[in-house]
Design a protein around this ligand. Structure first.
Ligand code: AKG
Ligand code: FE2
Length: 243
């Protein structure tokens, strides 16, 4: 099958050694240098069954202090446009567009869909645990009511263990240095399993969408994902979608 067709059918694409070990080392070094210099917010949201428990360098910080990651965000954009045959772009919201996720021992990332159409995940190291588990092309999206209450109801039903195991195709991917995973983030239910060793799991998350894409209640979701502040809604993911 041709790559574009395969991506459309499967809903995801995996490329091992997209970066070589040395390139991963260099990026890990820049990230570690950044962490020596700046405070990184730690996020903990006690959602069931998998909490959101991670630290993040957001897109604004990437833009100002990590130029090599900013460059990667552009390089991967070209790959994605070839793969999807669509004119996708970095998100207008710079804070959300390109992040570095840092997950320490015991950390996880809750079940969610991304708010944007296509997401690339680039893994920089190998850790015990920390697998991403996902269900590609799984979500039933209401064409005219993506931000409605009925959509969030459907999302919650689809997230149930029994519904997932009955109707979904589960894929589990173990992080390894240089591994690139591209998925239709808004249609692919995903979460990250607990990291089980005392070594931080580092992934770069790059989000793309059509230029006119709009997302409901962005501000609240950004607070939920990028700061330790309390938010009014328990899980903005399911009052709309997420990243
Ligand atoms: O780090 C990962 O494997 C997934 C992170 C993720 O899904 C996100 O940041 O939206
Ligand atoms: Fe995600």
């Amino acid at each position: 099958m041709e790559l574009q067709e395969e991506f459309k059918v499967k809903g995801y694409f995996l490329q091992e050694n997209f970066l070589d070990p040395q390139e991963c080392e260099n990026l890990l070094k820049s990230i570690s240098d950044y962490r020596q210099q700046f405070f990184i917010p730690k996020i903990y949201r006690d959602v069931k069954p998998i909490p959101l428990s991670y630290s993040v360098i957001d897109g604004k910080a990437v833009n100002s202090h990590l130029p090599e990651i900013k460059k990667l965000y552009a390089t991967v954009n070209e790959i994605i446009n070839n793969l999807t045959n669509q004119p996708l772009f970095p998100l207008k919201d710079v804070q959300v567009g390109c992040n570095v996720n840092i997950t320490e021992k015991g950390g996880t990332y809750r079940w969610h869909y991304d708010r944007n159409a296509v997401t690339a995940l680039l893994y920089l190291n190998e850790v015990e645990g920390g697998e991403i588990e996902f269900y590609p092309n799984y979500r039933i999206i209401l064409p005219k009511a993506k931000f409605s209450r009925f959509q969030s109801f459907l999302d919650q039903i689809q997230q149930l263990n029994l519904v997932r195991s009955t109707f979904g195709k589960r894929i589990v991917v173990k992080p390894q240095p240089g591994l690139l995973l591209i998925m239709c983030g808004e249609k692919c239910l995903h979460s990250v399993r607990p990291v089980t060793e005392a070594c931080d799991r580092i992934s770069i998350v790059m989000a793309y969408d059509l230029p006119n894409a709009s997302f409901a209640v962005e501000g609240q979701l950004n607070t939920y994902l990028y700061s330790s502040e309390k938010v009014a809604v328990s899980d903005p993911n399911y009052s709309q979608s997420d990243h």
